[in-house]
Design a protein around this ligand. Structure first.
Ligand SMILES: Cc1ncc(COP(=O)(O)O)c(C=O)c1O
Length: 461
């Protein structure tokens, strides 16, 4: 089909993230024009359930007038102010206070930035600063995990554990190490229970730290539930065992709550759901329900003390972003947090999670589904060519991408990541009826994919 005028202009002008740019020249974009509630509408006026809340972020859905009004009011009052060189403004102060108040661990200070990548980059720079301040200049290596996603700036991409983010970009940088991925379905040994698998992963982490030298390992960073790596829920007891290893070797733990923060798993922060207490936390996305870009690094007193020592020694804390803590973004984030609390959004989302998870688990019966998994209002559906052997499809066949297109035909937006894993993370405001409709549409897309796979014989080894 020829591309529409707007689509043709897109193809000739934009470089899009996360697409095969060559193939995209033929297919063109799906252009979204407006949104309301959990629905978005394309330029033809066709509605879609936004099954991914954008990119795991529009927790309060689209068209929330209170958020619009908060932005407009702040823009009228003070459209920009920065936090450099001792300047400040109300919205940043109030938001930092609010984040300290609701944090799941004791937080001393908050540093604002604009994206999850910037937050995680900042976390690493702060850890390096910390260990210089502590007189431990060798203790600088950072451990993340295979299949982790922490962003794409040079340091964040080094933390990320996905081949597509590394290959030919000359990352990871030296000093970034990837531990094992806590995905039981893919990486547990035969008959290894979740607990046994968790014990082994912790022992492997311990051995890795000992091999590298505990005096060289500064920090461990993890998403409570991995998102872009394929929605991977860690095995039971994983974080408790990992935390014990980190504590033993004086390794600073950062929880990357860019997806899990603000209710995705049914608790305000993901680490609360999974029962661990990190030293530092990164948040972004649902912090403002993605109405405007804003992210935050939440740091403990020990880190703040180090910043004091270093900035006194050097004469300046030489880090900061022009738009970090932007007053309009901060005002919107404050309003979003007010709405989460006042409307009991997270409590209500947690109440709908069992329905979401039951319908997700039912997909395990579908012939194309190797594993359907999730927690709270997040889900991953891993497509396989052979269920018994857990054999994936040949990646070049694009089975997941085709399912995404069939889902679009059914009026549902989902994403495919990490091979052929379909991901679901609808706005937290989705109702029970809408959850059922989302899964009905997904099942129709999976059935169409099955017909296509069978017709084209794509399942053959
Ligand atoms: C867990 C996690 N960390 C960090 C990031 C990077 O955030 P951004 O795209 O805002 O840089 C993402 C983005 O999806 C993420 O899922």
């Amino acid at each position: 089909m020829p591309l529409s005028n707007l689509a043709a202009r897109d193809v000739e002008t934009l470089v899009h993230p996360y697409i095969n740019l060559a193939g995209f020249r033929e297919t063109g974009p799906l252009i979204i024009e407006r949104g309301k509630g959990i629905y978005v509408y394309d330029t033809e006026g066709r509605p879609y359930i936004e099954g991914m809340a954008g990119l795991w972020c529009t927790a309060l859905g689209y068209g929330n007038e209170e958020l619009v009004e908060a932005a407009a009011a702040q823009m009228r009052k003070l459209s920009f102010a920065h936090l450099f060189s001792g300047r400040s403004h109300d919205p940043a102060i109030e938001l930092a206070e609010k984040l300290k108040e609701i944090a799941p661990v004791l937080i001393s200070k908050v540093f604002f930035c604009n994206s999850g990548s910037e937050a995680n980059d900042t976390q690493v720079k702060l850890v390096w600063y910390l260990n210089n301040a502590r007189g431990k200049p060798q203790k600088k290596k950072i451990i993340s995990r295979l299949k982790a996603y922490h962003g794409v700036t040079v340091v964040a991409a080094s933390l990320t554990g996905l081949v597509g983010n590394h290959r030919d970009f000359d990352v990871p940088l030296p000093g970034f190490i990837h531990a094992g991925c806590p995905h039981h379905y893919r990486f547990a040994r035969d008959s290894e229970s979740e607990e046994e698998f968790a014990t082994r992963l912790a022992a492997e982490l311990d051995a890795l730290i000992v091999k590298e030298g505990p005096d060289t390992i500064a920090a461990f960073i993890a998403e409570p539930v991995m998102g872009a790596g394929g929605v991977i829920v860690p095995p039971r007891t994983y974080f408790q065992k990992i935390m014990a290893v980190c504590a033993k070797h004086d390794v600073y733990v950062i929880s990357d709550e860019v997806i899990c923060g603000f209710g995705r798993l049914g608790t305000l922060f993901g680490c609360e759901k999974l029962g661990f207490k990190p030293q530092a936390i990164s948040v972004a996305k649902a912090l403002s329900s993605a109405y405007l870009p804003i992210a935050a690094v939440m740091i403990p007193e020990l880190m703040y003390e180090a910043l004091l020592v270093e900035s006194k020694k050097i004469g300046v804390f030489g880090h900061g972003f022009t738009y970090g803590g932007h007053p309009v973004s901060a005002a919107v984030a404050l309003k979003a947090i007010e709405i989460y609390a006042r409307e009991r959004i997270i409590e209500k989302a947690a109440k709908r999670a069992p329905l979401f998870q039951a319908l997700l688990a039912a997909l395990n019966r579908h012939p194309l589904v190797g594993e359907a998994r999730g927690l709270g209002l997040i889900g991953g559906v891993e497509l396989v060519a052979d269920k018994a052997a857990k054999r994936p499809f040949n990646a070049a066949k694009g089975v997941g991408a085709q399912t995404v297109r069939f889902a679009e035909q059914e009026g549902l937006i989902v994403r495919v990541v990490a091979g052929d894993v379909l991901t679901l993370a609808p706005p937290l405001v989705i109702s029970a009826v809408e959850i059922e409709e989302l899964f009905n549409r997904l099942i129709r897309a999976l059935d169409k994919t099955l017909d296509w796979v069978t017709r084209e014989r794509l399942g053959q080894a």
